[in-house]
Design a protein around this ligand. Structure first.
Ligand SMILES: C[S@@+](CC[C@H](N)C(=O)[O-])C[C@H]1O[C@@H](n2cnc3c(N)ncnc32)[C@H](O)[C@@H]1O
Length: 260
């Protein structure tokens, strides 16, 4: 799977949208800060490490910068965000400036796959809500760990299929039970140091998020009737995906310590 998608296809896949709608994604997602992750527990897990001003963190696929900026602001360390969708880079810089942490944050428009192994090793790499855009979790870990020094940490925000749940849904085919996901997390010899299973009842949060997407989709379709069919398909896919997540998926954060 790794390397078989073009850059545009990777971005579209990660953002669950047809490539033709990508120019409208900033508008459709304008009510969202995090795009599928939750910055607060990530910050709390990192707080448990001895993070100092000299700690270097990379946020891979940083989206609009919510997680990167929260880490810099709360923990006072340096954070570099890497993001392939260029319009988000501007949002990241704006967010860092508003939070008063522009001096701690830098953002780079680049493809994680092309950059892996070519940066100064970081102390921590965050990989939040990118799902299986790079492939199954063991393949992704193989890429993420190339950003991290031996003894450094990989923070993965992802999830697994509930007992009795199914991965039979577009974009979820590579997901598996918790046991299998734990096996994949260990597949490169790294050590699991922390696991945080997120609350399973997202009913209210999901309903709120769908309502936000709905409002933006309807506004966009009203101004651009030629986009209506595509926008409504996007909205319907989002509704189905939220329902699938609620029934079948458990979100988790795992922190691995990189082996040699
Ligand atoms: C669902 S969003 C999550 C964003 C962010 N981590 C968060 O939690 O808010 C996934 C992001 O990964 C980015 N992305 C996908 N493939 C990428 C790649 N190969 N290199 C860099 N960024 C990538 C997408 O453009 C998108 O912004």
């Amino acid at each position: 799977m790794i390397g078989t998608r073009t850059e545009t296809e990777m971005v579209a896949y990660a953002l669950e949208v047809d490539p033709g709608l990508l120019p409208w994604i900033p508008e459709l997602l304008s009510d969202f800060d995090e795009l599928g992750s939750d910055a607060a527990p990530i910050v709390e897990i990192l707080r448990e490490l001895d993070v100092s001003a000299s700690t270097r963190v990379v946020d891979l696929g940083c989206g609009k910068g919510a997680v990167a900026v929260a880490i810099a602001k709360e923990l006072g360390c340096r954070v570099e965000g890497i993001e392939l969708f260029e319009p988000f880079i501007e949002s990241c810089r704006h967010r860092a400036a508003s939070a008063g942490v522009s001096d701690l944050c830098s953002f780079r428009h680049a493809d994680i796959l092309k950059l892996a192994g070519r940066t100064e090793p970081f102390d921590v790499a965050v990989f939040a809500a990118l799902g299986d855009v790079l492939g199954p979790l063991d393949d992704s870990i193989g890429v993420i760990r190339r950003f991290v020094r031996p003894g450094g940490f990989l923070l993965i925000c992802d999830g697994y299929i509930k007992d009795g749940g199914t991965s039979d849904f577009p974009g979820f085919e590579s997901y598996a039970s918790r046991d299998e996901i734990l096996r994949r997390l260990h597949s490169h010899g790294d050590v699991l140091r922390r696991e945080v299973i997120e609350p399973t009842d997202h009913t209210e949060a999901y309903a709120r998020e769908i309502a936000q997407i709905e409002k933006r989709a309807e506004g966009l379709a009203a101004r651009h009737p030629e986009l209506k069919a595509d926008v409504m398909r996007y909205l319907e896919n989002q509704r189905r995906e939220y329902a699938h997540l609620e029934t079948n998926f458990v979100s988790a954060i795992w922190m691995l310590e990189r082996g040699a």
